[in-house]
Design a protein around this ligand. Sequence first.
Ligand code: KIV
Ligand code: ZN
Length: 388
Amino acid sequence: MSKEKLIIFDTTLRDGEQSPGAAMTAEEKLRIAKALEKMKVDIIEAGFPISSEGDFAAVQGIARTVKDSVVCGLARANKADIERAGEALKDANASRIHTFIATSPLHMREKLLLTPDQVFEQAVDAVKLARNFTDNVEFSPEDAGRSDLDFLCRIIEAVIDAGATTINIPDTVGYNLPDQYGNTIRQLIENVPNSDKAIFSTHCHNDLGLAVANSLAGVMNGARQVECSINGLGERAGNAALEEVVMAVRTRQDLFPCDVGLDTTQIMTCSRLVSGITGFPVQPNKAIVGANAFAHESGIHQDGVLKSRETYEIMLAEDVGLNSNKLVLGKLSGRSAFKDRLEKLNIMVDSQEELNNAFRRFKDLADKKSEIFDEDIQALVSDFKMEE
Ligand code: KIV
Ligand code: ZN
């Protein structure tokens, strides 16, 4: 039986761009959008058209170019924002308007200066207006992670009746824990009478380092869209990292009731593109896309991987677009990785004794140098052969 689809909604170009210092030009955003389209991302949130002329042009350019992904624009729940988003998206092959308003008591009272009833009315009006531009409308109750569940149920029921087809549940400040966030998704789906008329979506921020865990808990509890970004880029500590969500779902298909339709071999290209454009480096030990994510250094691990990759690899480097895994030669490496590297470099050793000598020299060098490169090995063996 084929599984349900998990929709991947990428917000690198919108929430990702809200990372301080990550502003992108329209041309840079278009390059990233094309890479996301090639990776078969379902929905690309291209920007916030009313925020600036430049962002309007960026969203419009992406809407005119991208054909295989739905192009989405963000709008607050008001007429000007929604009309501007509608205008930016009008030439898209497939478009979505994503409209939002805060629903937590704190945000309504301190930021919006609106009563819950006023927020309710504004949300419904916004969704109705957005439906004049596209039949694909997403509604987000901002700060849902700190909102009252009964109020969320009430507003969500009404916006679905007004025409929202996706209900996104933002943990805007990354406050929730996985069980709590998963429960919220489940209770909303169970208690909103018309919940079957919409797809429920996760949008988790990483303030406590839980964005991916919370998103996956949401999926386990019925969400069928995840909002995420390349390298986890996003406001403050960022959003759920797309590559981590996607590879978790792929790698643990034994647990997930749904699957993603992405071409995961494009992950590394997208990660490097976004890092290069924004100037935000990827930490070496970052899951999936860090330089060390598929590298083995200790002798015990290298020996295991050479015998069977599954001993220390739960997914293949090739699946995320790398040519292969990496056995890094250093002071912790063992004889089997060293011998393997000699073979790959076509270096012949004539006897066990010669191998032992070469290995001893390699270990001496590794004590002085943190990583041993192929050139080091070539030099080390040729010196040794000359001395013979
Ligand atoms: O984090 C958030 O609440 C948002 C909304 C605009 C969806 O980014
Ligand atoms: Zn956000």
